[in-house]
Design a protein around this ligand. Sequence first.
Ligand code: ADP
Ligand code: MG
Length: 310
Amino acid sequence: FPYTTLFRSIGLTKTYAASKKMPAKQALKGIDLAIPRGSIFGLLGPNGAGKSTFINILAGLVNKTSGSVNVWGIDADKHPRESRAALGIVPQEINMDPFFTPRETLELMAGFYGVPATERRTDEILDALGLGDKKHAYVRQLSGGMKRRLMVAKALVHTPPILILDEPTAGVDVELRRSLWEYVRKLNAAGTTVVLTTHYLEEAQEMCDTIAIINHGQVIAHDSKRNLMKQLDSKEVVFKSRAPLSTIPAALQETESRLDEEGSLVLRFQPSKIGVPELLDRVRTAGLDVVDISTREADLEDVFRSLTTA
Ligand code: ADP
Ligand code: MG
């Protein structure tokens, strides 16, 4: 691994013990990840893939079964305090004491991390996350979006070099999503390495430079976004014809094609090999009276399809 690796997990496994309701579950089957310093790293995977288990192990909320975690050369088992100090973690579930104000909440966290009073950035962080005018409100009076932002604020009190966010935009409105990403980008530009989990590929595509995909507790891809997308090399184009189609024209049947609900022709193609204008020519030659064209980028589903059927 290059010296620029800030964070590594090696062979991390987790088996949840069986309970009355559920059999034992191996949620992580040996996760090896190397996270480059300065990156915005996306941990992608469908629900149940093991993302939160991974993050919660880092946060000390879940005990790992085996494997190790290493932050910049520091083994997390041998030096839990030091390695914990390097991480700011925003769990998926909102967990906060409802009887403290945002300001008190951050002060408590800062105290927990041993940040001296003179070095605390409580008000600065609250302002940056748009909570400045709510700092004396009780947490239980905050909206869901405000609580989400307060979770992020809590993770930043000790100025960690690595910020880890578990599905920070699941169920939040568009405006909060936008402002959150703007802020995360700003932190990253100022030197913070960011790890975020999501099950939205478009989000990872927009935000991340490096991506790992996990499925059933295993890493199935781990690469720069650029390489991953190149590897995919798959897009869809939809040709709407004046009259809905009921069958695919014979001349186009050898291309990966289907009809959508509206009777439009959908072709899957490799952008590196063929362009939309050329496809349009073919479709017209096959006799289609095209009135509209739209393309669709590959999404997480496509990545999975390509990774699991290749
Ligand atoms: P993700 O965050 O990617 O959706 P999770 O890490 O939450 O995935 O879950 C991974 C798997 O582990 C799922 O099958 C889930 O049902 C199971 N799991 C998660 N937490 C527990 C738990 N506390 N006890 C038993 N099984 C769990
Ligand atoms: Mg999760």
